[in-house]
Write a protein of this length. Sequence first.
Length: 136
Amino acid sequence: MPQITGKYELVKSENWAAHLIGIGLPEDIAKRAEAGSSVYDIKQDGDNITVGEEKNDGQIAYHNVFVLNKEIDEQLPWGKPLKTKAVLDGEVLTFYSTNGTKKGRRIFKFNGNEVVVTHQDDDAKVPVATRTFKRL
């Protein structure tokens, strides 16, 4: 079982703006999101997984509590609602999301002092994004 609980700072991002534009965010918002830094605060308490994101200006951009293997209503920072189910398999925590007809995944791979988050959409036209975070 991986050590999930911790704070993780963004150190590398690939295709983040292109991914956000591909899922429907306006280009100016996507480029600001890519340029900013962030810290994930992830906590595991039994089957509850809390994920928060704090931007470099100290503002909380995102906060959701997931229950493993149960679908919840998730709110994304830009206001988009999703139905999301979190599944933990070894060192991989995957969030399966849908907003009606669109489906995607966020795959968190924990490896010691870092977590690599891969953002994938079922639409092959949407670029895959990878973001690497280092444990603080």
